[in-house]
Each structure stands twice: as C-alpha cells, then as structure tokens.
Design a binder for this molecule. Sequence first.
Ligand code: ZN
Length: 218
Amino acid sequence: MSALVKRRILVVDDDEGVRDVFTLMLREKGYEVATAENGFDALLKLKGVVIPDVIISDLNMPEMSGFELLSVVRRRFPKISVIASSGAYGSRAVPTGVLADAFYAKGEDHPEALLNSVASLIETSAEQATAHESASAPVWIPRNGKDSNGIPYIVITCTECLRSFPLNVRTEENPEVLETPCPFCSSTVKYIIDFSLSVFSPAKAEPTPVISRKDKAA
Ligand SMILES: [Zn+2]
C-alpha cells in the first residue's frame, strides 16, 4: 500500500467538543477524519464504501454505547483497529471485557498519547486484523433494568443481522461469556452482561436504581 494513501479515522463520541478536538488533532497529522455521535450512527457510517483504518470510540453514549459498538465492529469489521476512550476509568489499560486494541484515558492522558496509539495501530494493522479474525468476540451488554413483571432484562443486538431483542436475566453472575440464539436470524450471539454502573449510558439508566436491592446477591 502506498504511503500516500490517506489513513482514515472514525471518531465516535456524543460530546461535540471532544469530536471537534480529536478531529482537529488528527487532521493536523494528515488523517482523513469522519465522526459519529453514538454507536448506531457509527454503524451507519460503516455501511458506506469507505471503511476507516482506526475507530476511536467513547464508551458511554446514548442510543448505542461504545461497549456494544466495539463488539459489533470486532465481529463484522475485524480489519479495523479500535481505541476505546473514556474518562470513567482510573487505569490506562484497556478495561476488562472492552474489545479494544488500546485505551485512551480522556482528561488524563496527553493528546499526544492518542496520536501515538493511532500511529502504532496503523503500523501494525495487518497483525491486528489477524488477531481479531481468529478471536470470536462476545457482545457486551449493559444491564437495562426490570420488565413489567419485575424480572431483570437486557437488550441484545445481534452481531449478524444487527437487530435487537430483549432477554430476561435469571441469574446475576460474575461477568462471563454467555450465548443465545438470535430470534430473527438464528445465529448464535455471544454476550457478556455488565452489571457495573459505570457503563450505564444516560439513555439506558433506570430513573432511580435501588442499589441495595440489586446488590443483595453480592
Ligand atoms: Zn440476528
């Protein structure tokens, strides 16, 4: 591939200010930049003819969180390298269960660190793609709440047909990879239920979660 080919980056963040800053920074380095406001918006952009080399995605967004987006990307677009970006974690390592190649701690890491991650992922893109293709990526699901009968449920987005369906959660175990058939296309969807509050996107959070009741098993 020619060095003159412009590398493409897709920036996914619900915060317009963050999108603008990242876009400016990346364009200055010669990258072609597209943006999306949430996971669904990003998936729509990925239906276009031009597939980005790297996606930089926030984790907590309304409509579709970065957790869900990244697991769909890993399954459907294994050639794309991904940087998860969030201000909600203290550590600089990729948080457990997040399907990303690198992590950027918003508000803590120097912007230069983000540019370095982008450059090194592009440099090693062939190895990244091989590693992604050999792994079967589970879907990361935030716990959504309780249905009208008081039974906890989650909403799963099928990684093959991209349709969503609710599923009741009977046990609240530690995060582990579970499986369920998609009712629409009957492919097997792997998922991890995340019970931590940190991944609740504002649109999905229950109005006033009763924490003591939810955590009684712990
Ligand atoms: Zn399906």
